[in-house]
Write a protein that binds this ligand. Structure first.
Ligand code: GDP
Ligand code: IMO
Ligand code: MG
Length: 439
């Protein structure tokens, strides 16, 4: 097996956890490179549901080494709870997991600032997951963040004191909110020192040694390309680069380490939180289109981290082509095809109609501002749907002609082959279309 970057290419929640768990047995290492507890990756094995936030989606396999890279931000208490939950279920996490000592820590003040901002009228409401992701990445860029490696350093006390002084000023004076609880800070640091340091190492050295042994690595992305800090719908994005380039910087690897880039997308689209979504049909509130409601209900579109309702809409090929360009996607994994079963008509967004100085024009790229993107009107290719069930299909022969037409159209308008198709939440609900892709 070669090395594969597997990333979401819509607004997150594309089914990355399911696809990565499925690919993991053929890989030696599964490595997360960005994001933190904002991610919620669901793995369904029979009736057993596992939701992972920090821990890579290969953790259920006994011979897969799982790695958390320097590009991530870790919340020690949540990570430890995640480890304990898996251990209680019989998964020997500590034997399978290595964490970069260069990872940034999410401290209680980061969550407090995230909450204070989202609850305030100052600034733009993003609809974050409330995990403190933005503030933690801000501190990394500002060079005042605390990394796992700092937990055993003599400078730790001064670093913590400096941060608390800064955050207390910001929280109390600017946001009129409560100051940081020093007890909560001490607890987080002690727990991280006692339990996480034992799992840390220099991940770059580890991965390079693995490569020398001929190991294959699966790079696991969190969120999706439209939430990328540079290439997404800024400012309605997350605070890290979610795109393929970040897989390298987030683990300390070079471009030669990558053989394939797998783009994971739903057969429709969803978004949680604020921000433009041109093909949106349903938000459980003002928008109530029945096709969008079917996507939300049948697709059980509730956040795996926050439980929030996900907005739903048609598959948008302009979004996918954008992702193909910025990530160098070589193949698509299409998930949740079964959710569209029974629809009389299905649609694929192919571009956007915009007002170009009083004249209507059609574009097929993503405007740079959220404001301009919000004005885009989707142009659709409408097709007949299919009445038969595709749920759980494991062979192409089981798919109705309408579903095949839909998939062929996706390949045509996105310009990359569909190499995997997911037809249900379970690990077994899958069709591998291009076996050579993963060789
Ligand atoms: P991730 O963040 O990309 O890993 O995706 P999430 O786990 O947040 O959300 C995907 C949801 O869809 C989870 O509840 C999965 O169990 C479920 N899922 C994944 N693939 C399929 C599929 O092909 N069909 C159906 N019906 N559900 C799926
Ligand atoms: P996975 O890995 C879907 C969204 C939030 C919000 C924006 C910024 O499960 O696909 P943040 O807390 O990161 O500052 O929030 O990004 N968001 C996600 N949406 N799936 C995710 O992760 C997400 N992680 C963040 O809803 O709009
Ligand atoms: Mg998710």
């Amino acid at each position: 097996m070669g090395n594969i970057i597997a990333i979401g290419i819509q607004w997150g929640d594309e089914g990355k956890g399911k696809i990565i768990d499925l690919l993991a047995p053929d890989m030696d290492v599964v490595a997360r490179f960005q994001g933190g507890p904002n991610a919620g990756h669901t793995l369904m094995i029979g009736d057993n549901r596992t939701v992972l936030h920090h821990i890579p989606s290969g953790i259920l396999h006994d011979r897969t080494l799982c790695v958390i890279g320097n590009g991530t931000v870790l919340d020690p208490e949540k990570l430890l709870a995640e480890i304990d939950g898996l251990v209680a279920g019989g998964i020997p996490v500590e034997q399978r997991l290595k964490i970069s000592d260069r990872c940034q820590l999410i401290m209680p003040w980061h969550r407090q600032l995230d909450a204070a901002r989202e609850g305030s009228k100052k600034g733009t409401l993003i609809g974050t997951t409330g995990c403190g992701i933005g503030p933690a990445y801000e501190d990394k860029a500002a060079r005042r963040g605390i990394r796992l490696a700092d937990l055993s350093g003599t400078h730790l006390d001064a670093l913590v004191r400096g941060n608390m002084e800064y955050y207390n000023h910001l929280l109390v004076e600017y946001y009129h909110s409560s100051p940081v609880d020093p007890e909560a800070v001490r607890r987080v640091i002690t727990q991280a020192q006692e339990r996480l340091l034992a799992l840390t190492c220099d991940v770059t050295l580890l991965l390079h040694a693995q490569r020398q042994k001929g190991a294959s690595i699966l790079f696991e992305g969190a969120q999706g390309s439209m939430l990328d800090l540079d290439h997404g719908t800024y400012p309605f994005v997350t605070s890290s680069n979610t795109t393929a380039g970040a897989a390298l910087s987030g683990l300390g690897m070079g471009p030669g380490a990558v053989d394939q880039v797998l783009g994971i997308a739903k057969a429709y689209a969803t978004r949680v939180g604020e921000g433009p979504f041109p093909t949106e049909l349903y938000d459980g509130n003002g928008r109530q289109d029945p096709a969008g409601k079917q996507m939300a209900d049948v697709g059980k579109e509730f956040g795996a981290t926050t439980g929030r309702l996900r907005r739903t809409g048609w598959f948008d090929a302009a979004v996918i082509r954008h992702a193909v360009r910025i990530n160098g996607i070589t193949g698509l994994a299409i998930t949740k095809l079964d959710v569209l079963d029974g629809m009389e008509r299905v649609k694929i967004g192919t571009g956007y109609e915009v007002d170009d100085g009083g004249r209507k024009a059609v574009i097929d790229w993503i405007p740079s501002t959220a404001e301009a993107y919000a004005r885009c009107q989707p142009v659709y290719h409408t097709m007949e749907g299919w009445s038969e069930s595709t749920y759980g299909a494991t062979d192409l022969q089981q798919l109705p002609e309408g579903a095949m037409r839909f998939l062929r159209k996706i390949e045509e308008v996105c310009g990359v082959p569909v190499v995997m198709l997911s037809t249900g939440p379970d690990r077994s609900h899958v069709i591998r279309l291009v076996p050579g892709f993963f060789a």
